[in-house]
Design a binder for this molecule. Structure first.
Ligand code: THU
Length: 131
């Protein structure tokens, strides 16, 4: 990750802090995301579940929608951690819906930082829908 303001380990740390705020009383699976803008700002997000299950919003989309609603649409990287019962060590890959939302704003080189290293949007979603 080529940003002098924050490195991958620090971004993962912020994702971990966000995961602690997860509202996940139904699944007990907490997810945190930390989204880095091209100009060095960080937006965090957690998953927010709902008793009407399909209304649940993922951590990644929470972070992206926070950023876009503040006028930021140019992103360099996102760090994601997640796991059951607060075990955030295993890699937590973003779901297809979140990858598609990333692809609305990011190129294939967009970096997706998991606990097993840095991936790209091209790697995790090679054939993306484009309108
Ligand atoms: N979840 C995320 O926050 N991000 C993903 O990319 C996939 C799943 C959340 C949604 C739900 O609250 C919990 O994980 C279990 O599916």
């Amino acid at each position: 990750m080529s940003n002098e303001k924050i490195n991958a380990a620090e971004l993962l740390q912020k994702a971990g802090e966000a995961a602690r705020k997860a509202y996940c009383k139904y699944s007990r699976f907490s997810v945190g995301a930390a989204l880095l803008t091209e100009d060095g700002k960080v937006y965090t997000g957690c998953n927010i579940e709902n008793g009407s299950y399909s209304l649940t919003v993922c951590a990644e989309r929470t972070a992206i929608f926070k950023a876009v609603s503040e006028g930021d649409t140019r992103f360099a990287a996102i760090a994601i951690v997640g796991g059951a019962d607060n075990d955030l060590t295993r890699p937590c890959s973003p779901c297809g819906a979140c990858l598609q939302v990333m692809s609305e704003f990011c190129s294939g080189e967009f970096e997706i930082i998991l606990t097993d290293g840095t991936h790209t949007l091209d790697e995790l979603m090679p054939k993306r829908f484009e309108l």
